[in-house]
Design a protein around this ligand. Structure first.
Ligand code: ADP
Ligand code: MG
Length: 341
């Protein structure tokens, strides 16, 4: 018998309440840190920004600056808007190279670096295959032949970049690039920068499961975040205090459907164009959100052994991997930091 089920959940990581600082800003004496916190919908997800300052005006301004920056990036990096730079690169696939801004170019270069690091596990050219699956809109397994034909179009190694001219060229018609896989992490990084410039002493930017924290809180070592259990909603597998760093999770429970008892989820293995099978969830902690966001997907595809080996090789990168059997693996630099929920 065929069964079909779709599910969307955005609770990969939970920013825990800043209990040590007490209630709302208005009630605190002015020598105490003031907290401003707001949630809005951007980049297709709930974005919560928290800023800590010694003045409510400063914390409010920092939160607003963060949202303005995220909105700017949404316009710059989106591929659903035909006027964005990357949409132009995609529209010219197979025809000519397109010059883009320094910012877009640098993010594409960083994405390609992450593809290299994860041996193609993270792939910004995967769009045609992601669309063929459309996991959340259409709970259907695509035809093998259809996927096979897409393989040349998703080969990221054919992307041509010219560092001097700042151009990107996709050699085949139908190819396209999409930096959505690092977009939220990058937006978190940028938002933190503008909050610092606005005078915030600390804060957290959370684009659903992509979170970056900075600064310190009085009476607490860092900003506490909980990592959710990939199979038991509402259960945490650990708590970490974030310092000046970012965390990001890729999980097979975020977007999936089930067919004949098999889970088909949104993270594809670029070699097979089938859902990657080695992990249930991968949480990466890195200095910046762009790295954390790209690596979680790439490591998910690499699988628990190769993925953890990569984490151990990279400086300033830690990970928590729940493998396909549900076994928890924690990188060496994180073992002393992972708190029990
Ligand atoms: P989210 O988009 O929820 O932050 P991730 O950071 O885990 O989630 O990225 C997953 C998204 O990236 C998928 O929804 C899909 O659009 C795309 N994707 C799927 N597989 C890959 C892959 N191997 N490399 C790069 N992007 C991928
Ligand atoms: Mg990711």
């Amino acid at each position: 018998m065929k069964t079909s089920q779709s599910s969307i959940s955005f609770l990969a990581i939970v920013v825990l309440p800043l209990v040590m600082l007490g209630g709302c800003a208005e009630l605190q004496p002015s020598s105490q840190p003031m907290i401003a916190k707001r949630t809005q919908m951007h980049m297709g997800t709930l974005v919560t920004v928290t800023a800590v300052a010694f003045d409510t005006q400063v914390s409010d301004r920092a939160v607003q600056a963060a949202f303005d920056e995220i909105k700017r990036l949404e316009g710059l990096l989106s591929t659903w808007r035909s006027d964005s730079e990357l949409s132009q690169v995609n529209a010219e696939a197979g025809r000519r190279s397109v010059q883009v801004s320094r910012e877009t170019f640098d993010l594409v270069v960083r994405s390609l670096d992450m593809a290299q690091l994860t041996r193609g596990g993270f792939n910004i050219a995967l769009g045609p295959a992601i669309e063929a699956w459309s996991v959340t809109e259409r709970p259907q397994v695509p035809d093998e032949h259809v996927l096979e034909q897409l393989k040349p179009l998703v080969d990221w190694t054919t992307i041509q970049i010219d560092k001097k001219l700042q151009t990107i060229y996709l050699p085949y018609k139908g190819m396209r690039i999409d930096v959505g896989g690092v977009g939220k992490g990058y937006a978190a990084d940028r938002a933190v920068e503008v909050m610092k410039r606005a005078g915030a002493k600390g804060g957290v930017v959370a684009l659903s499961g992509d979170i970056k924290a900075f600064g310190v809180l009085s009476e607490r070592k860092g900003f506490p975040v909980g990592i959710r259990h990939p199979r038991e909603e509402g259960t945490l597998i650990g708590i970490i205090d974030l310092h000046d760093e970012a965390v990001s999770t890729a999980g097979d429970y975020e977007r999936f459907f089930e067919r004949d008892g098999v889970r088909y989820h949104h993270i594809l293995d670029p070699r097979t164009l089938q859902p990657a099978r080695g992990c249930q969830s991968v949480t990466v902690i890195a200095k910046d959100g762009t790295t954390a966001d790209g690596l979680d997907t790439g490591i998910f595809v690499l699988g628990p052994e190769s993925g953890m080996a990569l984490v151990e090789r990279l400086p300033d990168v830690e990970a928590i991997i729940v493998d396909a059997n549900g076994t928890l693996r924690v990188s060496s630099g994180l073992r002393d930091r992972l708190g029990v929920p």
